[in-house]
Design a protein around this ligand. Sequence first.
Ligand code: NAD
Length: 504
Amino acid sequence: MREYKLYVGGKFVDSKSGRVEDSINPFDGTVVGRFAVASPEDVDAAVGAARRAFDSGTWTAIPREERASCLKKIADKINEKAAELVELEVLDSGSTVKKAREDISLSARAFAIFSKLATYENEREMTEISKPGFAKNYLRFEPIGVVGAIIPWNFPLKMAAWKLGPALAAGCTVVLKPSELTPVTAMELAKIINDVGLPAGVVNIVPGYGAEAGEAIVRHRGVDKIAFTGSTAVGKGIMEIASSDFKRLTLECGGKSANIVLDDADMEVATDGSLYGMFYHSGQCCEAATRLFINERIYDVFVESLIEKAKRMRLGNPMDPSTDIGPLISKKQAARVLGYIDGGRKDGFKMALGGDVPHSPGLAKGNFVEPTIFVDVENRAKIAQEEIFGPVLTVKKFSSDEEAIELANDVVYGLAAGVWSKDLTRAMKIAERLKAGTVWINEWHLLNERAPFGGYKQSGIGREFGRIGVEEYMEIKHIHVDDGVPRDKRVWYDTVVPGEKVRG
Ligand code: NAD
C-alpha cells in the first residue's frame, strides 16, 4: 500500500496532528493508499510556504520562459509515468481504464498548453489610447499572489492540472487541496513537481476534508484567490466566507445540462452522443447531458433506440478495458443517487431503464447504480432540476425549437448544453440563445484547454482555460505615464491653482 505525506514548502511531511486516512477503491472497497490528512495548522504552514515563495519572487520574478519550461517538464513527466498514473486513477477514483487513459494524457496536455500560455507578454502599451505629448498608457497583468485551489473527485489529476497549470503560468504560488476521496494521483503529482525542481513552496499539496482543510484555506488571510471546483452548495458557502476579505474567486460548480435533439438530427450519432454525454464516468461529470429534450416527430423512435443502446453498456471492473460503466465514487454517493431515483418513481415518472443496483455477484462490493432513464419527465420535476451526479437521465418531448430553448434555459444551472441537427444554421441559432458557458453542436464533453470553460448562472463564476483562464489568476493594472504636459496645460490646473488664468 502506498503512503502519502503532505507536500509543504518543498518537503513531504506528516500532518501536525498525525492523522491519516485510507483512500478506498470504489470497485471493491480495498485500500488504495494511506494519506496524511491536513488540519488547519497544516494549511497555515502550506500558505506560509506559498506566501514566502510568492513574496520572495523565486517564481514570480523569474523569466516567463523558465516558468514555461518547468510546466513543460511536468507535462513530460506525466507522460513518462502515464501507465502508473492510469492504474492509480482507476483504483482510487473508479474511472474506467478508458477514461483514465484519456484523463492522464489530457492532464499532460493541459500542462503543455499552459506552458505555452506562460510565455505570453504580460505588459503592453495601449497605443489606442496613448497620445504623444499627453500620456502613454500601459496595461499590465500581474499574478494575484497565493492561490488556494480546491478540487473534487471526478477527474482527480485533470482537475489538479486545470488549477495548477493556469495559476503557475500566471506566476502565482499555490496551495492545492485534492478531494479527501481521491488524493492519490495529486500526491503522485507532488512527487513529479518535486522531481522537476520547482522552487520550494511554489506548489503545496494538502489533502484533507472540506470542512477543515478546505475551509481553512478559504478563511486564510494569506490566500489571495480561491479557485474552486465542486458543488454549487459548497461554492456558495465559499463565496460567503471569501467576501470577508474580498478574496478573488473563480467557481466551477454544478450543472444540469440540456441536450436538444432536433427532428433532422443524424439518429445514430445523436443517440450514441447522448449516451456518451450522459453516462460517461457513470454520469459523474459536471457538464453531463442529464436533461434530454427530443423533438416530438422523432421522440418514440429515438427513445427506443437510446434504450436499446443503453442496455448494451457494460457495467464492470473499471480496470477491464471492455467496461463502459464503473462504480460511483462512494457508498454515500450511490445512496444519494438511489434516493433521487426513488423520488422520481414516487413522483410518478415512468422509468424506462435501470433504477436499481446491479445484482451480479462480481459487482457486489462496488458502488454501482444501473444506468437509469426516466421518460416524459416534467421539466420542473426535482429529478429534472437538481444535479444528481450519477447515471440518471430525464427525457422530455418538445414540439418547436422555441419550446426547446425555453425548457433548456428553465433551470438554475448553465454550465453546458448541446444541440443535434444536420442544419448547422438552425443549430447555431439555438446555441446562441442557450444560457450556458459551453454549447456543443453534434458533440459532447469535448473541452479544450485553449477555449474558455465555465458556467452561466449558478454553475459558476469566471472561466478556466486559454489566455482568459490565465488572466483569472492575475490582477489587471493600468499605468498612466504623463508625456510631458506643461504645468498650465494639465487638466487639473484650474482646479488646484485658484486664481490662475482660467483656460478657455
Ligand atoms: P464538493 O463541493 O462536495 O467538494 C469539492 C471540494 O470542496 C472537495 O475538495 C471538498 O473537500 C471541498 N469542500 C467541501 N466542503 C468545503 C468547505 N466547506 N470549504 C471548502 N472546501 C470544501 O463536490 P464533490 O462532491 O467533490 O464533486 C462533485 C461536484 O463538483 C458536483 O456538483 C459537480 O458538478 C462539481 N464539478 C464541477 C465542475 C466544473 O468544472 N464546473 C467540474 C467537476 C465537478
